[in-house]
Design a protein around this ligand. Structure first.
Ligand SMILES: Nc1ncnc2c1ncn2[C@@H]1O[C@H](COP(=O)(O)OP(=O)(O)OP(=O)(O)O)[C@@H](O)[C@H]1O
Ligand SMILES: [Mg+2]
Length: 241
């Protein structure tokens, strides 16, 4: 069953068409990667899907329901969560507080929210940081916090926007494991990432966009050997033949 279906989605900012007739779908339980050069429209596509701005044209369906004009908070309650490329926790608050903010999507009860948040922190092996002020976290831990906050909303579909940017290689490996684990818990994942070895290892399928248009899709291997993709984005370094 398709958990997400995007049909002919267009997003214009004045004269600029950031997303141009994009079509894609994600199966329940799948990890779909989204790659493309800087400014290709990846984060804009996420913003449209997550309700940050309604698309100029097209149809976005989540679990068969059209969600074009719904607000992020509503979508979050329905099980569609995202992380932001620029991580913005409540800096003066603790890790636990920040994750509880996510948990309030599914409960109005403070002690229940705390329990859910603690469970998420445990799952992400992050419990030892629960009392740390968010502003004093390393980049890797801030990314982990961003994921924890999203997980605490109990998503069915999780959109991850460059959660590995700025991480050291060992931290990237750890993040790949975390994401694989999340999928095993039943969460469908849509992931934007520039770190090729990570997206290639994670994704069941990858969609490639360039100037807002889809230029290729397929398995990581198919995409990595696609000439248009190599020309537009990968260069010869990553291309496989
Ligand atoms: N709110 C906005 N208002 C105007 N233009 C925007 C807005 N958001 C994005 N854009 C423009 O849309 C285009 C696509 O940007 P977007 O951030 O989606 O790219 P991206 O693929 O996520 O790039 P990156 O890999 O650098 O994160 C860019 O030209 C960007 O300047
Ligand atoms: Mg982006």
């Amino acid at each position: 069953m398709k958990i997400l279906e995007v049909t002919d989605m267009v997003m214009r900012f004045g004269g600029l068409t950031a997303v141009d007739k994009l079509n894609l779908s994600i199966d329940q339980g799948e990890i779909l990667g989204l790659i493309g050069p800087n400014g290709a429209g990846k984060s804009t596509a996420f913003n449209c899907i997550a309700g940050v701005h309604p698309p100029s044209e097209g149809l976005i369906q989540f679990n068969g329901e059209t969600i074009n004009n719904q607000k992020p908070w509503n979508l979050c309650k329905k099980g569609l969560a995202r992380t932001f490329q620029i991580v913005k926790p409540f800096a003066t608050k603790s890790v636990l507080y920040n994750v509880m903010v996510g948990a309030f999507a599914t409960t109005g009860n403070t002690s229940e929210a705390e329990e859910k948040a603690l469970n998420v922190l445990k799952t992400l092996d992050f419990e030892n940081r629960k009392d740390t002020k968010s502003s004093s976290l390393t980049i890797a831990d801030r990314k982990r916090l961003e994921i924890a906050r999203a997980i605490a909303t109990e998503p069915k579909l999780l959109l991850l926007d460059e959660v590995m940017a700025g991480l050291r290689p060992a931290e990237v490996d750890e993040m790949v494991e975390i994401i694989q684990h999340l999928r095993q818990t039943g969460i469908t994942i849509f992931v934007i990432e520039h770190i090729m070895r990570a997206i290639m290892a994670l994704s069941d399928r990858i969609v490639v966009i360039h100037f807002g248009k889809k230029i290729a899709q397929g398995t990581p291997r198919e995409v990595a050997s696609n000439e248009n993709v190599i020309k537009a984005y990968l260069g010869d370094e990553y291309g496989v033949s």
